[in-house]
Design a protein around this ligand. Sequence first.
Ligand SMILES: [Zn+2]
Length: 358
Amino acid sequence: MSFDSILGQDKTVRRLRALVETGRVPPAMIFHGPPGVGKFPAALEFAKAVNCSHAEHVEKKAPPPPPDENDLFAAAAPAPEPEAPAAPARVHSDLSDSCGMCLSCLQAASGAHPDIRVVDTAFQAALLGEDESANLKIDTMREVTRWAQQKPLLSPWKVFIVRDAEALVTQAQNALLKTLEEPPPGTLVVLTVSRKTSLLSTILSRSCLIEFGALPQDAVRRVLEAQGAPAAEAASLAALSSGSLEKAAEAAAFLKRVSALRPGDPARAFKFAAGLPRDSHKAREEVKTLLDMLLARARLAWRAAEGPGKARLTALLRRTLDLRRMADRNVSYLLLLETALLESERAGIKLEDLIRTT
Ligand SMILES: [Zn+2]
């Protein structure tokens, strides 16, 4: 894996490569953009690239143990075999990317690099010996500040990737600020965030902002196919993804649930609502996905319709757009879901139609 694995963010990746190549790495960076567009994988690749030594790592063989001189019965040691001349180590010439074959790259790829730490709620739970919490706490960031003062063990840079930094509570952000104000030499902090307004202005002003946009539909399709999705499914999920892999995964879970419902079952809308995730944030996101799918389906039907059918679909599109806007506010998502399903069935679009791709 290298920067080549980051699809659909060409301009941003060019900028990151230039920073690696020139060695002008800012000590604090914010990777900002919608969820599921590759900010975290790009942060991992960036950490790998700045720490790459560009020379192939060759395992050294351990020498055989010396014979025990007190053992009279020991067989005479065989004459050492002449060693084959070692092949010269390969050198990777692209200084803007990681080589994937040096010791640092191998450790980064295995997730065990001593100088690259991912700070997220799962890491925090292990660190503090607590259940996973939704917030990143001050104790965790104090620990990060303490590590930041230590020298890197193996590589030029000690990298901290704070994943989904909107989870940082204010006190934790203040604790981190100390490191950003006086970064110890060789320390790099990368925050990935989808809502930069959740960060203190003092953090924003001290960090280099790297923007990530929504992914092109084709990039989402290629990633899904690379993950093993059949071509037709990858294409329809990509069409529903709004350029976000996270959204595509939600749509996949959603399609699975819709396809389990019996077509024509009068209670299917109720059954679908009953199967929404328990977590209210996730449930709301799923209702938004459903509304997006309804909109996409209604647009397709509208293009093909004529006469009074077209007028009905125009009204449905307007109404669904209103419901979609309300879904971003604090309106009951169950009410939105029921209204949307009722109105779309009246206009001739059924729940099971949503999983058709044509
Ligand atoms: Zn390397």
